[in-house]
Design a protein around this ligand. Structure first.
Ligand SMILES: *[C@@H]1O[C@H](CO)[C@@H](O)[C@H](O)[C@H]1NC(C)=O
Ligand SMILES: *[C@@H]1O[C@H](CO)[C@@H](O)[C@H](O)[C@H]1NC(C)=O
Ligand SMILES: *[C@@H]1O[C@H](CO)[C@@H](O)[C@H](O)[C@H]1NC(C)=O
Ligand SMILES: *[C@@H]1O[C@H](CO)[C@@H](O)[C@H](O)[C@H]1NC(C)=O
Ligand SMILES: *[C@@H]1O[C@H](CO)[C@@H](O)[C@H](O)[C@H]1NC(C)=O
Length: 240
């Protein structure tokens, strides 16, 4: 396996896993799980493999167990990356699914949630989804954010963020290497009005918090440590 890229360890997608349901919110199919009466919603944004990934849904179920209404939107319009499709290499797929496009797709979901019983919204993303989360936080549409091994974001994306953000990076990461994650930290440290937390997981590779091997206890431990930081961050900044 190549360490630290966006595409390795692709999951088997079947769209039937998880304890939640698929429903349409704001015109977008979403896997929803957790506490449907909660006043706090969490948007959990996928990597390039989309909202049907069994481990993503499992993480969503876990976040839901903390009392949240969890929404995992299909920002890829049921067109996740298929590494076996050699006619459509990764760079071509990425042109069809520019990471920045997620923000406009997610806005109607937020509007729909707010029109219901939701008073606060957190957002977390893995890899590809990071730019959606920074975009929503820059537009002040979400109240807390977490990025787990983010991809395709720049220092400028981080600069505009208006609400508390945690960024978890990996030691082995070709898209957001430790050098770039440290620059994110510098930018955030210069904005004391925005509460922030930045951590680099040593001996971890890009993807470790989502595309881990559930049969490898060390990998599971590393992923779960990241999930705990994410849930604690939402507990601290959304449950007021
Ligand atoms: C889908 O994947 C989940 C998790 O890996 C598994 O439990 C379930 O049996 C699968 N469903 C089908 C229809 O293959
Ligand atoms: C999923 O659907 C079932 C049956 O309609 C419902 O009881 C449950 O509350 C739903 N779960 C969520 C998280 O919306
Ligand atoms: C609205 O949210 C409050 C606080 O979480 C909850 O107690 C109540 O049952 C919810 N009401 C509806 C209609 O969903
Ligand atoms: C963000 O929105 C909230 C209302 O949801 C408002 O109180 C706050 O002033 C806004 N912050 C910025 C920096 O615009
Ligand atoms: C580093 O990660 C690899 C792969 O997950 C694992 O086999 C190894 O035991 C880890 N080393 C340390 C010192 O944690």
């Amino acid at each position: 396996m190549v360490r630290g890229d966006c595409f390795s360890n692709h999951p088997i997608l079947n769209g039937t896993s998880g304890v939640g349901n698929v429903t349409n919110i704001g015109g977008v199919n979403c896997y929803v799980t957790g506490c449907s009466l909660s006043a706090i919603a969490i948007l959990l944004i996928s990597d390039v493999y989309g909202y049907k990934a069994p481990l993503l849904r499992k993480i969503g179920d876990k976040v839901g167990d903390s009392g949240y209404y969890v929404v995992v939107p299909d920002l890829l319009n049921d067109d996740p990356l298929d590494p076996k499709n050699l006619k459509r290499p990764n760079n071509v797929w990425l042109k069809d699914h520019e990471p920045g496009k997620g923000v406009e797709i997610a806005k109607p979901i937020i509007k729909a949630l707010k029109s219901k019983n939701v008073s606060a919204i957190g957002a977390a993303a893995f890899c590809w989804g990071a730019k959606t989360v920074t975009g929503l936080a820059t537009a002040n549409l979400t109240q807390a954010s977490v990025l787990l091994h983010p991809s395709y974001i720049t220092v400028d994306d981080v600069r505009g963020i208006k609400t508390p953000i945690a960024i978890l990076g990996a030691e082995h990461d070709s898209l957001s290497p430790p050098k770039l994650v440290k620059e994110f930290k510098q930018v955030l440290d210069a904005k004391p009005e925005v509460i922030s937390y930045v951590k680099i997981f040593m001996n971890a590779s890009h993807g470790w918090a989502l595309r881990y091997d559930p049969k490898d206890p060390t990998a599971v431990k590393g992923a779960e440590a990241a999930h705990k930081i994410m849930i604690d961050w939402f507990d601290k900044h959304l449950k007021k």
